[in-house]
Design a protein around this ligand. Sequence first.
Ligand SMILES: *Cc1c(COP(=O)(O)O)cnc(C)c1O
Length: 424
Amino acid sequence: MTVETTAAAELLGLFPPGSRVDADGELVVAGCRLADLADAWGTPLYVVDETAVRAQVRRLRQALEDRWQGSRMVFASKAFPCTAMYRLMADEGIGVDVAGAGELVMALAGGIDPARIVVHGNAKTTAELRLAVEAGVGLIVIDNTDDIDRLEELVSSEQSVLVRVIPGVRPDTYEAVATGQAGSKFGLPVPAARAAIARLRHSDKLRVEGVHAHIGSQILATEPYAREVEAIAGLGDFATYNLGGGLGVRYTYTDDPPSPEHWIEVLTEAARRHLPRDAELIIEPGRMLVAPFGVTVYRVVSVKGDDPRFVAVDGGMADNMEVALYGQRFEATVTSRVGGGSSVELVGRHCESGDRLISGVPLRDPRPGDLVAVAATGAYCYTMANNYNGAMRPPVVFCADGVPRLVVRRETHADFLSRDVASS
Ligand SMILES: *Cc1c(COP(=O)(O)O)cnc(C)c1O
């Protein structure tokens, strides 16, 4: 076993701002002792620092407003799609983007103004498009000409649309989440986008407000964004340019993402050079609004072996697919012994050898019954939770300045059985 000494202070820097260790050594996030939350709601448990999410939303909005008049931000809601999160965004006065009918229904239930909803998707069904049009969504993003055919059929008065363009930019990120390069399944290459725009200009029902691009996720450099803006500027002058999201966040000690302000500076700088001054800019960050402010709490079930030492918890790839899908690295701590310790294999309970939450993570003297908190799980973990090995999808607790509230309950075995309609 390699002995690693990770200072508690350094580790706390990966948890939501203000996270600290209580007098008795317990980890406190958003003013809430994680051990108390686990007692109340069990494990695995998703905890979100609501105050920090709100602060991040305000920080980005301000940064954008300071740099571009006539701009707005929408939350890419697939990063954390639950009613309470939509409600939070509605409260903060921002819109959301949705991919498909399910997110649209949740956004409406969460009180998002339909006029501030942007609808995405590379395979929007007629039923989904009808729901969007009937709800009065502000913008539908055309991904392909079938979208145009379907909308021409079902729009009765008028619908504003954007056209998604492949800008031909391949940022340095995981293959699975790069979306701006030639060959992407999202959007249209420039010549096809031009043709779609020309067709839409003859439509009585569909009004092309502008273009959209989104080059990928967990992007840790800003330079690809300048190239993206330049590429879409080549399509012509429009009222609206939606520049997407995708800026990366810090999951581990070596990650060094650009600040939100720097990202927005690069986007608006490129916009000043290439886009009409009076155009409306939209940005749609997802991960960066929520990832750093979420934590997953597990209970250690078993500890075995010396080299490697396996620490198995009561969750895993059913509540965090980021590891299995991209190999995303996370960091963790025992909540009652924060920081330091020797390197272990933190593994999940699922029937795949690939269900390793974190390989080689230092934990201090982990024992069965301990709680382990994994940092920066606020994006896409709740989203992709599943029932592998009969896992019940975990509850979500929002904490605001020491006050926790349950916003999604844990799934139950009765929930499982309730969907099975064969009686014998
Ligand atoms: C996923 C997605 C986003 C947000 O990406 P993040 O990496 O979460 O910021 C924005 N726009 C579109 C179209 C997306 O699909």
